[in-house]
Write a protein that binds this ligand. Structure first.
Ligand code: PGA
Length: 253
């Protein structure tokens, strides 16, 4: 079991309009009725919903995060949003380097590194995503790929407070497939080792390592029980409050 306070974060991706506040409300109500102590809960909705959602959740148990940011504070960057704007809207964290952004927007580790620093500059937590593709996995390159991503995408200055790492095998995202518990254990142990070597016992050991990729209520318990898994980054199963609550309650003893 994780020695760090687990974080279960939902990534809504490009899903949801204002009416989706109903699911957020159900989630908050579920957590009030049936509290799961010692677990942090977050929803990262599309940018348009960050402000209304953070107002709705003010003082409650569900934190609101963002899915991406620009590296600069402000400027001539049509269509982009800065970390400071997201903080102003009420976000407390930003997912950076999700594999969909790496693939669809050609985001490099160097850019992700800058985005993580931008998140910190705005006082927000950076949730930095890493993970191998299916091809890389088949060639036995998982640990090499993840190590390279950690080295280049995680900035110097990362601490247990300002950074969360999400290991998300690309082939497991949205596919219904998950690595075996043994594979997750192996990768998370390796990530922990790399982080402790680079940032020391307290910061590297205290940084939360989330597993992401087809997490659902039915597999959450075994995945969350892995030693260096400190929570989950959840896509599809975070859109419905009941499904997401099922994942969170896997932490109930
Ligand atoms: P999934 O997505 O849970 O739908 O597989 C995870 C993610 O992309 O963060």
């Amino acid at each position: 079991m994780s020695k760090n306070t687990p974080l279960v974060a939902g990534n809504w991706k490009m899903n949801g309009q204002r009416e989706q506040a109903l699911e957020l409300g159900k989630l908050a109500e579920g957590l009030d009725k049936n509290p799961v102590e010692g677990v942090d809960v977050m929803i990262c909705p599309p940018t348009t919903l960050i402000m209304p959602f953070s107002e709705l959740m003010k003082g409650g148990k569900v934190a609101i995060g963002a899915q991406d940011c620009h590296t600069l504070v402000s400027g001539a960057n049509t269509g982009d949003i800065s970390a400071e704007m997201l903080a102003d809207a009420g976000a407390t964290a930003i997912i950076v380097g999700h594999s969909e952004r790496r693939a669809d927007h050609s985001e490099s580790d160097a850019l992700i590194n800058e985005k993580a620093q931008a998140s910190w500059r705005a006082g927000l937590v950076a949730i930095i995503c890493v993970g191998e593709t299916n091809g890389q996995r088949q060639y036995g390159l998982t640990l090499d790929v993840v190590r390279r991503q950690l080295k280049n995408a995680v900035p110097d200055g990362a601490t247990a407070k300002n950074t969360v790492i999400a290991y998300e095998p690309v082939w497991a995202i949205g596919s219904g497939l998950t690595p075996t518990v043994e594979d997750v254990d192996k990768v998370h142990n390796d990530i922990r080792k790399v982080l402790v070597e680079r940032f020391g016992d307290s910061e590297g050991g205290g940084m939360r390592l989330l597993y992401g990729g087809s997490v659902k209520a039915s597999n959450a318990k075994e995945l969350m029980a892995v030693e260096n898994v400190d929570g989950a980054l959840v896509g599809g199963a975070s859109l419905k409050a009941d499904d997401f609550l099922g994942i969170i309650t896997s932490y109930k003893s």
